[in-house]
Design a protein around this ligand. Structure first.
Ligand SMILES: Cc1ncc(COP(=O)(O)O)c(C=O)c1O
Length: 405
């Protein structure tokens, strides 16, 4: 078990944290990758580099073994069965897979799909498309005054017509944790299935899909110390088995006839063509790494940083803080009178990397009455010094832009 005092040791694992004075606070977009993950990727690319499943030679057996062991690591990580883990290109493709496969098969005219204005576009747009094509209704949970999803408001939109609930577990702009377990229970009472966007929760907190009882959860490797180009769709096996593939071709078939085809069982029927071999091995290595750090450490470090940051940011005059009660290491703000992109460029001069924009959540920007916000997001390898650098960068940016007012 890693102790808080080991933070410097942890930072040694990340090239940029070890070798530069970068203050990296854009973790909600992508986390940095530790050497252990890079080594695993290099091992596959350099020492193996071959295809999986079909090769009848030692290298291919080893690559297949590493690829499938990575699936088991994911399954253990989120507490599901091996065959319930589908490798995808990322959270977006996993969320899309649920909509284009489950949604297109089971949603009918007049059915209701519940989502929210807090969603990342990748959680919401696939269902907007299904609703349009199937003439179903897309219903939004009213957000509360703080722009949170609450159980009370969810109950207001849940009906016997609700067939799917597609909600974020942790907001990528406001950092709020959705009371998803209770929502899932209520949704199941009316027979609806729940697709959870876990892109911002799985990297940061213990997520047990069996305990949540979610039907689907989607997340990306690159936000949890893994490589880009790999993600995961967890689905209850019965549901995955009942769904049709959305891509057709190599590796996913059982037998091909001229006018028909039979498919492999889940998860393989959803992994068409040469799979994301290096990516899967990389996410497996990332999970090993996160397990070694431990979620007790991850959660306590991020919570410590959140409190430290909020205490300082709340006291900066002219700083509009949009989520002073954030539950996670995601903080959204603007400097009054300065465009967020100008703020981000000013921060860059100080070597502070943050994100400015609509964060793929334009409906939420409308709720906040902003075109964009600045977002700082922490991970377990950040320190109080990083927050001090952020505060210093804000003060300098304010001073600079005040000259033009
Ligand atoms: C909440 C949320 N959902 C989905 C996504 C999409 O993830 P990806 O771009 O890895 O597919 C993101 C990415 O920022 C996100 O923050």
């Amino acid at each position: 078990m890693i102790k808080i005092s080991d933070i410097n040791k942890i930072r040694e694992d990340f090239y940029l944290l070890k070798n530069s004075d970068l203050t990296y606070l854009d973790n909600a977009a992508s986390s940095l990758k530790p050497q252990q993950v890079i080594d695993a990727l290099n091992y596959y690319n350099e020492k193996l580099g071959v295809n999986v499943h079909r090769g009848v030679y030692k290298l291919s057996y080893e690559a297949t073994d590493l690829y499938e062991k990575a699936r088991q690591k994911v399954a253990d990580f989120i507490h599901c069965k091996f065959k319930e883990v589908v490798f995808t290109r990322g959270a977006s493709s996993a969320l899309n897979l649920v909509a284009s496969s489950y949604g297109m098969k089971y949603i009918n005219e007049g059915d209701e799909i519940i989502t929210s204005e807090l969603e990342h576009h990748s959680s919401m747009l696939p269902w907007q498309h299904v609703a349009k094509v199937k003439k179903a209704k897309l219903i939004y949970v009213p957000l509360d005054a703080e722009h949170r999803i609450t159980i009370e408001n969810f109950k207001k939109v849940l009906t016997h017509k609700t067939k799917v609930v597609a909600l974020t577990h942790a907001s990528n702009v406001m950092g709020y944790i959705t009371p998803i377990k209770e929502i899932i229970k209520l949704a199941h009472e009316v027979g609806a299935v729940v697709s959870v966007d876990g892109a911002q929760s799985v990297p940061h907190m213990k997520v047990d899909v069996k305990e949540l009882d979610c039907d689907f959860i989607s997340f990306s490797g690159h936000k949890m110390c893994g490589p880009t180009g790999i993600g995961v769709l967890y689905g209850k096996y019965k549901l995955l088995q009942s769904m049709d593939p959305v891509e057709f071709g190599g590796d996913m078939i059982d037998y091909v006839y001229l006018q028909d085809v039979t498919f492999k069982d889940a998860p393989y029927k959803f992994e068409t063509g040469t799979p994301i071999i290096a990516g899967a091995i990389g996410i497996g290595a990332a999970i090993d790494y996160l397990n070694e750090i431990g979620f007790d450490f991850i959660e306590s470090q991020e919570s410590k940083l959140r409190i430290y940051a909020l205490t300082q940011l709340k006291n900066i005059e002219g700083l509009q803080l949009f989520n002073p009660n954030t539950d996670t290491g995601i903080i959204s703000f603007n400097i009054e009178g300065v465009h967020p992109h100008d703020v981000a460029s000013a921060f860059d001069q100080e070597n502070v990397a943050i994100r400015a924009g609509h964060h793929c959540a334009q409906p939420l920007m409308n709720c906040l009455k902003q075109v964009a916000t600045v977002r700082a997001s922490f991970y377990f390898y950040n320190t109080e010094k990083d927050i001090d650098n952020l505060v210093e960068a804000i003060k300098k940016a304010k001073e600079f832009f005040d000259l033009f007012k």
